[in-house]
Design a protein around this ligand. Structure first.
Ligand code: NAD
Length: 229
């Protein structure tokens, strides 16, 4: 028998208990930085050192922390299901926990990309990417991140996965950043849907949705256990 398909949509909340700040919560990252200063193509043009420094700090943090119980329990699902994780996160905690199929909608902090050819992507050794570090064509490298105002190329790979899913699990996202927030709309009407978030997320118009108002480290292992039974 073919395995049932699960798609897991994750946001900053799944990594919060690892010690990585979310964006929009009180004391979130954006309290201390303005999006337009560090996470847009215009910011990069205006002040590339500031942008590199911002992401260097984020990268340093990511390398210091570890996956948590939520990341690890999602790996267990692969025993009985075909699992795809679609994350808005730029950290690599799903991979480090052991998840096999992880798609990053907003890029990956541990990689750099040529400013001349977007297909040239490189791993970053250590935590720093600096001015004058260049791709093989001699152009400045930028963080491999989707900035506000840029296209989200992985949407086209994500939509069919959501459409095929028998079960969709949404974890720790305020569902405020499009197009990622719209992905759940592609799920089959009768697909089982779960939303795990301690805050109330305005998502009541979705059919067959169970809302679990709790933190990822508590709720995800429980849900995974239930699904594996
Ligand atoms: P967000 O900050 O907008 O929302 C975070 C959500 O997580 C909130 O709904 C909050 O209630 C919930 N949350 C907080 N603590 C939680 C916990 N312990 N368990 C479960 N849920 C918890 O984040 P978002 O929706 O992912 O925002 C989108 C943008 O933020 C994306 O562009 C994403 O790339 C970026 N981002 C990524 C990281 C990362 O890579 N780790 C961190 C911060 C932000």
């Amino acid at each position: 028998m073919e395995m049932r398909r699960i798609v897991v949509l994750t946001g900053a909340g799944v990594s919060a208990e690892s010690g990585i700040k979310t964006f929009r919560d009180a004391d979130g990252l954006w309290e201390n930085y303005k999006i337009e200063d560090v996470a847009t193509p215009e910011a990069w043009k205006r002040n590339p050192s500031l942008v590199l420094d911002f992401y260097n700090q984020r990268r340093k943090k990511v390398l210091e922390v570890n996956p948590n119980a939520a990341h690890y329990s999602l790996v267990e699902l692969e025993k009985n299901f075909h699992v795809n994780i679609i994350t808005q996160n730029i950290d690599n905690l799903h991979e480090r926990a052991g998840s096999k199929n992880v798609l990053h909608l907003h890029g990956e902090i541990t990689k750099s990309r040529s400013t001349n050819n977007h297909k040239l992507i490189y791993p970053i050794e250590g935590w720093q990417l600096n001015i004058d570090e260049c791709c093989e064509l001699g152009s400045q490298l930028r963080p491999h991140i989707v900035w506000f105002g840029e296209q989200v190329p992985e949407m086209e790979n994500s939509i069919p996965l959501v459409q095929m899913a028998d079960i969709v699990i949404v974890i720790g996202t305020s569902l405020a950043v499009y197009p990622a927030a719209g992905l759940i709309m592609y799920a089959k009407k009768d697909a089982e849907k779960f939303l795990i978030d301690p805050a109330s997320v305005p998502y009541d118009r979705i059919f067959n949705l169970r809302i679990i108002r709790d933190t990822a480290c508590k709720a995800v292992p429980q849900l995974v256990n239930d699904l594996l039974k």
